[in-house]
Ligand binder design. Structure first.
Ligand code: ADP
Ligand code: MG
Length: 249
């Protein structure tokens, strides 16, 4: 029987020179859910994402993805297995067009560092067509030929999500996807995340609690590296410990 939980962390801990940034965290991420990781600044949310994708090595704890222990797997193999993160700071190539950004992400997945595919017009045309489909999926096809650096912040984020989708993730980790956005962009990206989450699992760090309450099935609250509360938005948002952690910082 397939496990209900696509991603699990058990006893996840990270010390930075004697400072414990993540302290014995257990996470159980249900397949096809949208799971929020919230908490005050410095709570350890981004560090958790870095540990789950092995951008950082845990001091202690185990991580299981699709029933496999990935604790010692390399970041590249984790991404190829389908656990993919985006970064808090937008990471698109400004001098390239939106379409080129997505095509390059597709190329990397299909062909790695090999450039042999350049010899085949057919392969290039197919990559471009698929890149266009991904841009359509995030509502960006009208901006395909725009330079990425000319796009608004919200559209850069949508483009970044398209490049992440090019890796065909099973689980997508989004670190503050709404940071620095106008209300209009927040509305657009909220709808986009809901769509992207169909048939996938999304874990997101998000400060905008109205977005969290709209999108997320399950919430984990971190404070000072440890789990403070867990559950549905209605329960977590009424929890006095959670209210205190937010007010008391
Ligand atoms: P959040 O994303 O919840 O705001 P972070 O995970 O970025 O918090 O950081 C948690 C704590 O760990 C903070 O106190 C931060 O200063 C510290 N920290 C994060 N990365 C490092 C690092 N590479 N070296 C030392 N301390 C770090
Ligand atoms: Mg962070």
């Amino acid at each position: 029987m397939p496990d209900d939980f696509v991603l699990k962390a058990s006893g996840l801990t990270k010390d930075f020179k004697g400072f414990r940034a993540v302290d014995n965290v257990n996470l159980n991420i249900r397949r096809h859910s949208i799971h929020a990781l919230i908490g005050p600044n410095g709570a350890g949310k981004s560090t958790c994402f870095n540990l789950l994708t092995k951008f950082l090595t845990p001091t202690a704890g185990t991580i299981t993805f699709e029933g496999r222990d990935i604790t010692r797997m390399s970041p590249g193999n984790i991404a190829r297995a389908g656990l993919v993160r985006s970064f808090q700071i937008s990471a698109v190539f400004g001098s390239m067009t939106a379409l080129e950004n997505v095509r390059i992400a597709l190329q990397r997945r299909r062909h790695g560092d090999s450039w042999d595919f350049w010899r085949s017009e057919k392969v290039l045309a197919r990559l471009e067509a698929e890149a266009m489909e991904l841009l359509e999926a995030v509502g960006m096809s009208a901006f395909a030929r725009h330079r990425a650096s000319d796009l608004s912040y919200g559209r850069k984020r949508a483009l970044e999500i398209a490049t992440t989708l090019a890796l065909d993730p099973k689980v997508l980790l989004l670190d503050e996807p709404m940071a620095g956005m106008t209300q209009e962009d927040v509305t657009r990206i909220t709808a986009l995340i809901a769509k992207v989450a169909e048939g996938r699992t999304v874990v997101m760090v998000e400060h905008n609690l109205s977005v969290v309450s709209t999108l997320c099935d399950q919430i984990t609250v971190l404070a000072r590296g440890a789990i403070l509360a867990e559950g549905k938005y209605e329960d977590v948002s009424r929890d006095p410990r959670v209210i205190n952690a937010y007010i008391g910082v």
